[in-house]
Design a protein around this ligand. Sequence first.
Ligand SMILES: [Mn+2]
Length: 414
Amino acid sequence: MNNYQNNRLELEKLIEDNSLVVLYSGALKQTSNDENYPFKVNMNFFYLTGINQDNAYLMIEKVNGKVLETLFIYENDPLKVRWIGAYLYPNEASEISGIEHIEFVNNFETTLEKKVKSNKFKKVYLDLERIPFDGQVNFGNLLKDKVNAINFSKLVVDIYPLIVELRGVKKPYEIELYKEDVKVTNLALQEVLKRLPTLEYEYQAQGVFEGSIKYLKNARTSFDTIAASGKNAAVLHYRSNNAKMNKEDLLLLDLGAEFNMYHADISRTYPISGKFNDLQRKIYTIVLNCNKHIISLIKPGVSIKELQNETISFLGNSCLEQGLIKEFDEIHNYYFHGISHHIGLDTHDPYPRYKGVLKPGMIISCEPGLYFENLGIGVRIEDDILVTEEGNENLSKDIIKEIDDIENFMAQFK
Ligand SMILES: [Mn+2]
């Protein structure tokens, strides 16, 4: 049984008998004229099929305990194949997904109508994933309208929470894929470190990173690379990366490589010259100690909310001791984001962040930071942590973060 078959089997145990499941991979979206946005597959669909292409449906029928799976894919048109290459052929789609029954997507609507009209199904499960921005097409809701138009008596149920729950705990195969992404991220970061003192603009650091992941593995970025020097690092999701770097400043990099669907998410902060000054060292050390302290607390049974409270307390007390703030509550001006989120097929994996406790197999970030815009110093140190039975494993432990290690590494390339 392949990995995606196994993922489906788990879901099929959770859904009620005499129900129908329909999931959609997503559609191409036009930017202008004949250009489209790069396609990103719906990750719930991908998790259950391994199929990374647009205009495909997964249909699961569970009737009297028996399950029938059908995958609907685009039928190749020979002319289009000559222009843009082929979509998966049925045998290939079957091989990847482990689904035997493949149909062409032209048949989807009539099949859906037949199924929804039939008396076999009481419930129809659709992915009614919430969308964060207005003006986007919600395919789950479109399908819901279609189902309702065919037959109003069917109960439409949101399958999103069930899939997301499964995705929260990573399988061994997923952890292996994740480690590959972190490894490539590390190699590319080393290229940045080697050249950093010779670079003039923030975007050049971005360019070295992104060129390296492309060169090494044809990888894409997990998200828009952040390369923020000096006070720009105080903007959490800074992405213009346009400023000329001052050699005396720190450079905050928040980035990751993705080449097998899993999203590395790493932050490191480096001295552009190769050497930290005293104030930078003081602030960096607080964040580094906090990063290590919080990692030491990560284990099954702990909640992300508890980690966040501990982070605030650690950073607040450290900044008080070091004279960086006068009152504890001032810490909220210098640390103002979450310590942690789930990571996986999405950079911010959709597991309900503040609900429940950590379980073995979850992968979360650990990313404390301090942002003193007035001092021109922003530091974030982010590792990707796998929760294990015994505690945790730092998947990014090979990406150097100790001050001596960074300075020594950079000194070799002067
Ligand atoms: Mn992150």
